[in-house]
Design a protein around this ligand. Structure first.
Ligand SMILES: Nc1ncnc2c1ncn2[C@@H]1O[C@H](COP(=O)(O)OP(=O)(O)OP(=O)(O)O)[C@@H](O)[C@H]1O
Ligand SMILES: [Mg+2]
Length: 189
């Protein structure tokens, strides 16, 4: 199974995958592809939006490279595509990590490379469900985890429980989207 693990920057995708890699019982079952590393490391972008301080990924090239990487994996292993673009790639299911915009603003505010404008833009994208909406437009199997008051190990366990339920042909109902409404946390100027 191929699972896209996505979410606004700062929602914990990389940290969750680091924990999966650290635990041998998880490491055996899952293989992780770091989508951002492919984009930046192999320059799979068409340009840089200087004003927004983001790279514009070349999605066709990225998809091709991701498929190649998946092809190298042991067929028995589940592949997690990690990164905020992963929901734009073909996958059997999408898991969106969510974090309250106020918590996200605090976390992203600590990143030296993030300008005030970039922090605000990302917190607003979270408040407006941007990645969730993009995900549901492309994939029928979309689930979300509100990580705001969860410790990271609990987030890992939730991610794995979603994947395991899907593999058994079940729908992990508690993670179906629709419970989160952070619209009042959009910052207008
Ligand atoms: N559930 C959580 N509780 C507390 N802190 C968290 C939680 N999830 C993530 N963090 C912290 O938030 C910061 C950002 O996490 P991380 O780098 O994993 O985000 P990301 O989703 O990979 O972001 P990006 O898309 O920019 O790569 C880290 O310092 C991490 O420890
Ligand atoms: Mg990351």
């Amino acid at each position: 199974m191929i699972i896209a693990l996505t979410g606004t920057p700062g929602t914990g995708k990389t940290t969750v995958c680091e924990i999966i890699k650290e635990h041998s019982q998880y490491r055996k079952k899952f293989s992780i592809i770091d989508v951002n590393r492919l984009v930046l490391g192999e320059k799979l972008y068409t340009g840089k939006d200087e004003a927004r301080d983001t790279y514009e990924a070349d999605m066709d090239k990225l998809e091709e490279r991701v498929k190649q990487e998946i092809g190298k994996k042991n067929p028995g292993v589940d592949v997690i595509l990690e990164g905020h673009l992963s929901h734009l790639l073909p996958a059997d299911a999408v898991i969106v990590l969510r974090a309250h915009p106020v918590a996200l603003r605090k976390r992203l505010g600590k990143r030296k490379k993030y300008s005030f404008k970039k922090v605000k833009e990302n917190a607003n994208a979270e408040a407006l469900d941007v990645i969730l909406v993009e995900s549901t437009q492309r994939n029928k199997n979309v689930f979300e985890i509100n990580t705001t008051n969860m410790n990271l190990l609990a987030v890992v366990k939730s991610v794995i429980s979603i994947i395991e339920a899907l593999k058994q042909g079940k729908t992990p109902e508690e993670f179906r989207p629709g419970k989160i409404n952070w619209i009042e946390y959009v910052e207008i100027d």
